[in-house]
Design a protein around this ligand. Structure first.
Ligand SMILES: [Ca+2]
Length: 529
């Protein structure tokens, strides 16, 4: 199973109306292409079967309501099918597709959560990757009496324990945050390395008045990386030995990345290359999305020397410093007000449309921003601003199968996200035949017929396996599989399919259960009849 991990105005200056105007965006926001940070090649990055971004559509379907200012979504990988949703006041609610939103909270820590201002509250949750065994849940919140940002854990009797007794709480790490109520960060997740990552904002106010972003002696304005599987030196966690600043005098060793303003949401691409996507809320000029290789510790994301792609405060810039540029930016107050970071789609239902696509949104505009890494090393990121999803989105989330959800603030709704395609049908038909099947394997033949009137020069056939099939060796094509998505490209000796002609290729595959045939195929990204 795919292991996932995985308000208000998250900006600073002054009070911002909670019910901000919803901006109608008619044109794509300007993307800012950047170089592929890891130099990865196309097959590792984007499933060839995903439709081009200019043909991608995204929509939402409301599946629950009655949430009280939801802030985060997390699905424990325990086979329960549950989504756990945090509410600002200090409760965790449970949603299940079969039974809806449970009335009783799973956890209630309202007695210790500081909910003052628009941005304080219970902000994040995650369970350990081996939750069924370790039974540990982590939450982040701003604590009474003075808003300290707090990471704590609850070790349960069983993964399904309901409700969770509030007195099981063990505080892991607390960072004072008394000066201002905004910029608490608050996202928490486990990375592909099994360590816990936690984002904390710059301490709030405006203009990075506490001078936190570039200051390695504070946890404010950072993403931390902790080994929470052990305890060290009287602390409830250990610092991984390969954290980037463990040997830097005066630096907090917990720091993984710095130069952040209010990283309200971030995610690792756990179903893909493990890279880290960070959405950092801007002050008044640019919202930004950053993309780092999963193993790149010590990145300086720029704040408050830089905001998005521009210099914010030259007095905070240091000669010779390397600032990681965002891979996508859009204008604050024009195209939104606070970026809401999301996830790379790795689900099964829309695998042939959206695999490898990072989806984010914005608190004020609700715009769906989609980003794909370069198709080749050093190339440009593909970016696009699509439709409005909902008003006031505060968090995206994934269920245990990688399908995406969204919650919104005052409406208090849970929505399921769907992808679609405006791609025209290709003039093709496909037949799929299992030739032989044995205990743990089979081989199959795919026949593709060009039903159009022009030759198809160079072809790629794509499909999504409906079960746990894994394609191996191909004949008469070169094939690869990412997740459930299979891509077969023409072998060099048969590059064209003439009108009316059929090309055939075969492959050897493994399967550990039922072996149903794929239900649809694409030719060069467009669906066949
Ligand atoms: Ca930045």
């Amino acid at each position: 199973m795919l292991r996932r991990l995985s308000l208000g105005r998250l900006c600073a200056a002054g009070a911002v109306a909670v019910l901000g105007p919803v901006l109608a965006l008619g044109t794509p926001a300007a993307g800012r292409p950047g170089a592929d940070p890891a130099g990865r090649t196309a097959p590792d990055r984007v499933a060839a079967a995903a439709v081009p971004l200019d043909q991608l559509t995204v929509s939402t379907t409301q599946v629950a309501f009655g949430l009280q200012r939801p802030t985060a979504i997390f699905a424990p990988d325990d086979g329960s099918g549950r989504l756990l949703i945090t509410e600002k006041q200090g409760r965790i609610r449970v949603y299940h597709p079969d039974t809806g939103l449970a009335a009783a909270p799973l956890l209630d820590i309202t007695d210790r959560v500081d909910t003052s201002g628009n941005e304080r509250g219970l902000l994040g949750l995650v369970t350990t990757p081996d939750f069924a065994q370790s039974r540990t849940l982590y939450v982040t919140y701003t604590a009474l009496p003075d808003g300290a940002v707090t990471l704590s854990r609850f070790t349960l009797d069983s993964a399904g324990q309901t409700p969770i007794p509030a007195d099981l709480e063990e505080i892991v790490l607390s960072q004072p945050h008394a000066e201002f109520s905004n910029h608490n960060g608050g996202h928490v997740s486990f990375g592909p390395d099994g360590h816990l990552y936690w984002s904390i904002g710059d301490g709030g106010g405006s203009d990075d008045v506490l001078n936190s972003g570039q200051n390695l002696s504070t946890l404010l304005g950072k993403i931390l990386r902790l080994d929470v599987s052990r305890t060290c030196d009287g602390r409830a966690y250990c610092v991984p030995a390969d954290n980037p600043f463990v040997d830097t005098a005066g630096a907090r060793p917990e720091i993984w990345a710095y130069g952040l303003r209010n990283p309200w949401k971030f995610s690792h691409d756990l179903g893909g290359d493990g890279s880290l996507w960070i959405a950092d809320v801007g002050q008044g000029t640019y919202e930004e999305i950053d993309h780092l290789p999963g193993d790149q510790g010590g990145a300086n994301l720029g704040w408050s020397c830089r905001e998005g792609p521009v210099v914010f405060d030259p007095d905070r810039c240091r000669a010779g410093a390397t600032y990681v540029e965002p891979v996508y930016t859009y204008r604050t107050s024009t195209d939104g007000c606070a970026v809401i970071g999301g996830y790379v789609y790795r689900g099964r239902e829309y695998a042939d449309i959206a695999t490898g696509t990072y989806l984010a949104t914005d608190y004020c505009s609700g715009t769906a921003f989609v980003v794909r890494p370069p198709a080749s090393p050093g190339g440009a990121y593909q970016t696009r601003a699509l439709t409005e999803l909902t008003i006031q989105p505060t968090s995206l989330g994934q269920d245990a199968d990688g399908e995406l959800y969204l919650v919104n603030d005052l409406p208090g709704q849970l929505h399921r996200i769907s992808f679609g395609s405006t791609a025209p049908s290709a003039a093709c038909t496909v037949s799929y035949r299992v030739d032989q099947q044995w205990g743990t394997g089979f081989n199959a033949t795919v026949s593709v017929t060009n039903t159009g009137s022009t030759p198809v020069n160079g072809w790629t056939v794509g499909w999504t396996f409906p079960a746990a099939q894994r394609a191996g060796t191909f004949w008469n094509a070169s094939g690869s599989q990412q997740g459930a998505v299979v891509t077969a490209r023409n072998a060099s000796w048969n590059p064209a399919i003439a009108p009316g002609a059929t090309v055939q290729f075969s492959f050897l595959a493994s399967n550990t259960g039922p072996n149903p045939a794929p239900t649809s195929f694409t030719l060069n990204g467009n669906p066949c009849a």
